[in-house]
Design a protein around this ligand. Structure first.
Ligand code: KG4
Ligand code: ZN
Length: 349
């Protein structure tokens, strides 16, 4: 079966066609994956402007879907279902994809499958690598989320912890703005960090205490927090005599990245240990980060735990992951009625 996936939760209008392979170990293959990015529109404003995003989705959605079908050499008649991101995200943006998917589902008489955006990010790991050894602990780390999920059977996602304040990607974007590096901040900090000294700037770390480690039942000790780190960078930049030099910016980027990655890796592996995970994965926009990927692999090798990442294209928002998560639900017998609505705060697990 082939499924059309649609994703419009933030600032990318995306459509993709994903096909079942018949191989239980690697169940899905991408036939097309089209993404119309709005980054140049929002860059001017230093971040995503919701009203501009939803208007641009309206302009792009028909062309993006047509292109996804053409690239996949697929007609509406070849499809078995339509999957769409129902939430969470910007409501005006989500509405465009949801309205389009409902209309297409009615017009083409195809089942509709509503997908949670983070289930899509988690399934991007399976789309790229095949089924993970379960139970798996997956860190979803993006501009809007920093959450740990336990997957103990396919299609089940149990929320273990989340950020108490900013998402990691949001912290990257805010720190980049403070340093005058533009939007989005993740890729540019990642690049500059490679030229800086990661011990040059003393930044606060959020460490687990010994007491926390010995009391795993303590609720919330796997939670993340990044706003203190962002504030520390802000204070240092303000206290600095004049603008930072290029070398100082690189040192700040490297030091910031070291602390963020250390906190993500530590909690991910701590959760894996507590839940007896047989594999760990990272997904979402920040999983494109070079240091995070390198440290994940090193730590996995040391612990003899298999580690998984999506391809770079599947790390950031895309519709192929939504199509994959849609196929998972469809095969579990779950479809959605045509009166579903976009849900900006949709919960998972
Ligand atoms: O998953 P995504 O495309 O959208 C959301 O669902 O939020 O993630 C976007 C986020 C942005 O905050 C961006 O700065 C961050 O991912 N990002 C990175 C890198 N590439 C993208 N963060 C760190 N390092 C990167 N290489
Ligand atoms: Zn995302």
């Amino acid at each position: 079966m082939r499924i059309l996936g649609i994703e419009t939760s933030c600032d990318e209008t995306a459509a993709a066609v994903v096909e079942e392979t018949g191989d239980a170990a690697k169940p899905w293959a991408i036939r097309s994956n089209v993404i119309a990015s709005q980054v140049p529109i929002h860059r001017e404003w230093g971040g995503v402007v919701p009203e501009l995003a939803s208007r641009q989705h309206v302009r792009d959605i028909c062309g993006v879907v047509e292109r996804a079908l053409t690239d996949a050499q697929t007609t509406w008649r070849d499809l078995g279902a339509i999957a769409v991101t129902q939430g969470p995200g910007l409501v005006g943006s989500l509405l465009v994809g949801v309205a389009f998917a409902k209309a297409a589902s009615a017009a083409a008489a195809l089942p509709l499958v509503a997908v949670h955006h983070l289930a899509g990010h988690i399934e991007s790991l399976v789309l790229h690598n095949g089924e993970l050894p379960l139970p798996a602990v997956v860190l979803v780390v993006s501009g809007g989320h920093t959450s740990l999920y336990l997957v103990d059977r396919p299609g089940s996602y149990r929320l273990l912890s989340r950020t108490r304040d900013d998402a990691a990607g949001e912290a990257y974007d805010k720190v980049a703005k403070l340093l005058g590096l533009g939007y989005p901040g993740g890729p540019v900090i990642d690049r500059l960090a490679q030229e800086g000294d990661d011990r040059a700037v003393p930044l606060p770390t959020t460490r687990l205490t010994h007491a926390d480690r010995n009391a795993p039942e303590l609720k919330g000790d796997l939670d993340f927090s990044f706003s203190g780190l962002k504030t520390a960078v802000l204070r240092l930049v303000r206290a600095h005599d004049g603008p930072l030099s290029d070398a100082e910016i690189a040192d700040m980027a490297a030091s910031f990245q070291r602390v963020v990655v250390a906190s993500l890796i530590e909690k991910l592996f701590d959760a894996a240990r507590r839940h007896g995970a047989r594999s760990v994965g990272i997904a979402g926009g920040v999983s494109a980060n070079s240091r995070l990927r390198a440290e994940l692999q090193q730590r996995g090798e040391r612990r003899e735990l298999p580690t998984f990442v999506p391809s770079l294209t599947l790390s950031t928002d895309n519709a192929a992951m939504i199509a994959a998560a849609g196929l998972r639900k469809l095969r579990a017998g779950i479809t959605s009625p045509l009166d579903i609505n976009a849900d900006a705060a949709l919960a998972l697990g």
